[in-house]
Ligand binder design. Structure first.
Ligand SMILES: [Zn+2]
Length: 342
């Protein structure tokens, strides 16, 4: 079985974006604020938006199941206030739940949280609980920078975040550390802010005792871990200077990297540097990079090709990356699959 741990509903029917634009317009003129009931999307519209896009590509590329969350760049936690985020997250999560209900063999949900800059993270817990208990979601996306590129929140190691971690451990759900749109002109959203955040999150963990406090806590750092695998020697050296334990002991029982790296040399390096037990298959399809690589003739985000071709990996390694590790890191996914006899 091939499990893609990183997919977003980037192809949602246009009515969703129109509703969101109306919600944003309502921040200036409250008479324009739409009701949740004003958003009408039929099951057929959802089916069409998936069948012609993600599902078609999953079938063509040979992946079976995608852990599916709302469109990351649209989370935009910096817009409006807590109520704005609460309503928007509920709307987006419900749509992903509908996708997973219409295509239960191909999609399982991961929740967007209603984060809002300056608000305590406890405000996210009711939505998290709803997504896990009512929708059967198996993970969350946690935004370390809800300000959208200005980094006004405390680091992930700060006690500010602990209420979310307590819930994650209680429910057995990992968090993908995933920022949203950058509203800082210095940082391109998907080309800089995403990769910066991946690297930043890793370093925040390296300099803290977070995983001593939460030995069961699991973070998935997407986009291949940002700069981390490439600079593994720098991080090992920094840990050594700081009198921290070796990285495998300090972080690799809790941190996992996905394979959203869009060329062969990048995957080869990931496979060589990071232990196989810490690598999860993912493509982030259909996402930021949708084109065809003229040097290969294949889509950049067709990441399975790179894993199949990586010389470092054995068949047993590939099985771990495609399925085994995901079942271990996402115990609720494993339980859901076992309940279906898989
Ligand atoms: Zn993503």
């Amino acid at each position: 079985m091939i499990i893609d741990c990183h997919g977003h509903y980037t192809t949602a029917p246009k009515a969703l974006e129109a509703w969101r634009n109306q919600q944003i317009a309502g921040l200036k003129d409250p008479t324009l604020t739409p009701r949740v009931a004003d958003l009408r999307i039929s099951d057929d519209e959802i089916r069409a938006s998936i069948e012609d896009n993600q599902l078609r590509l999953m079938r063509a590329r040979g992946s079976d199941l995608t852990i599916f969350s709302p469109r990351a760049s649209f989370m935009a936690h910096h817009i409006g206030d807590l109520q704005t985020s609460l309503t928007w997250a509920a709307v987006c999560n419900e749509l992903c739940h509908r996708v997973a209900s219409l295509f239960p063999d191909a999609f399982i949900g991961a929740a967007m949280l209603p984060q809002s800059p300056g608000e305590p993270v406890t405000t996210c817990i009711p939505e998290l609980e709803r997504c896990v208990r009512e929708y059967g979601f198996v993970a969350i996306n946690l935004n370390p920078d809800p300000s959208g590129g200005h980094w006004t929140s405390p680091p992930l190691s700060d006690r500010y975040w602990y209420p979310i971690y307590e819930k994650m451990v209680e429910y057995g759900i990992p968090a993908m550390v995933h920022v949203s749109t950058s509203c800082n002109a210095c940082f391109h959203t998907t080309g800089a802010h995403y990769l910066n955040a991946d690297t930043t999150a890793f370093m925040q963990c390296l300099t803290s005792d977070l995983f001593k406090d939460f030995p069961e806590l699991k973070f998935v750092i997407p986009h291949g871990g940002g700069a981390v695998p490439y600079h593994w020697g720098r991080f090992r050296g920094l840990a050594q200077e700081l009198k921290r334990p070796p990285l495998d002991e300090l972080l690799l029982n809790n941190i996992y990297f996905d394979t959203c790296v869009y060329h062969q040399p990048g995957i080869d390096l990931l496979a060589k540097v990071i232990p196989v037990k810490n690598v999860l298959f993912a493509s982030e399809m259909i996402g930021a990079v949708r084109g065809i690589d003229p040097t290969t003739g294949f889509h950049y985000d067709d990441t399975k090709r790179y894993i199949d071709a990586a010389p470092e990996l054995s068949d047993a390694d590939r099985h771990m990356i495609y399925e085994g590790n995901a079942r271990r890191v996402y115990p609720r996914l494993d339980a859901a699959l076992k309940a279906r006899g898989k």
